[in-house]
Ligand binder design. Structure first.
Ligand code: ZN
Ligand code: ZN
Ligand code: ZN
Ligand code: ZN
Ligand code: ZN
Length: 203
């Protein structure tokens, strides 16, 4: 297998075993060695040196140990496992969005979905598991309108006090600025006067 592809002018032949280009002068010898040393991987079809086959298998095809559920998972099924099969994968509760292992989720959601929330429109308590159905059934059309109008009243309620509050705030802020400025001028003036009095006394 040594001294193969050094000179580009050398004519080559394709090895029937590994399908690589081998200098024609070496092809006979190579074929023997190749057949003896390289092995076709039964999992991916790659030509792998026989002595590296275990390594190749471990790196590419060996089952993976899931750190969450401690199970050994076929490499081909790994994505499926982490995505939808691992019982310890973390999922969010559809009602409270708390994350917990998939295996505990069913039981948790059973309890969590039994909690109730007060429907302002119907004035009664609705189970969380029935909430979406309730909204669809009773409030799909009217709900949009109610939401809009409640938004509007909220905005108006908010806008009015803010507008009212903004006006008294500004003059106060201005006034305090002005007072501060006047105070500074006054203090400076007094300091100058005191200074000049002291100066005159000394003189
Ligand atoms: Zn070969
Ligand atoms: Zn392979
Ligand atoms: Zn797992
Ligand atoms: Zn929950
Ligand atoms: Zn309702």
């Amino acid at each position: 297998m040594a001294a193969t592809d050094s000179d580009p002018a050398v004519t080559t032949s394709t090895c029937a075993h590994c399908h690589r280009e081998i200098p024609s002068s070496n092809i006979a010898l190579h074929s023997v060695h190749c057949a003896r040393n390289l092995q076709k991987c039964e999992h991916c079809g790659d030509m792998v040196p026989r002595k590296l086959m275990d390594e190749h298998y471990d790196e590419n095809h060996a089952p993976v140990n899931c750190s969450l559920c401690k199970r050994s998972v076929e490499r081909e099924l790994w994505d499926l496992h982490t995505g939808i099969q691992c019982p310890q994968r973390m999922l969010a509760c559809q009602y409270c969005e708390f994350e917990l292992p998939a295996i505990d989720l069913f039981e948790h959601q059973d309890v969590c979905g039994n909690r109730t929330e007060y429907c302002q429109i119907c004035r009664k308590y609705i189970r969380l598991r029935e909430w979406i159905g309730h909204e669809l059934q009773f409030h799909t059309n009217s709900n949009a309108a109610t939401e809009l109008s409640s938004d509007r009243t909220m905005l108006e309620e908010e806008r009015a006090p803010v507008a009212a509050a903004e006006h008294p705030v500004r003059p106060t802020a201005h006034a305090s600025h002005r007072t501060q400025l006047l105070l500074t001028i006054a203090i400076t003036g007094i300091a100058v006067i005191i200074g000049s009095i002291l100066y005159q006394k000394k003189g």
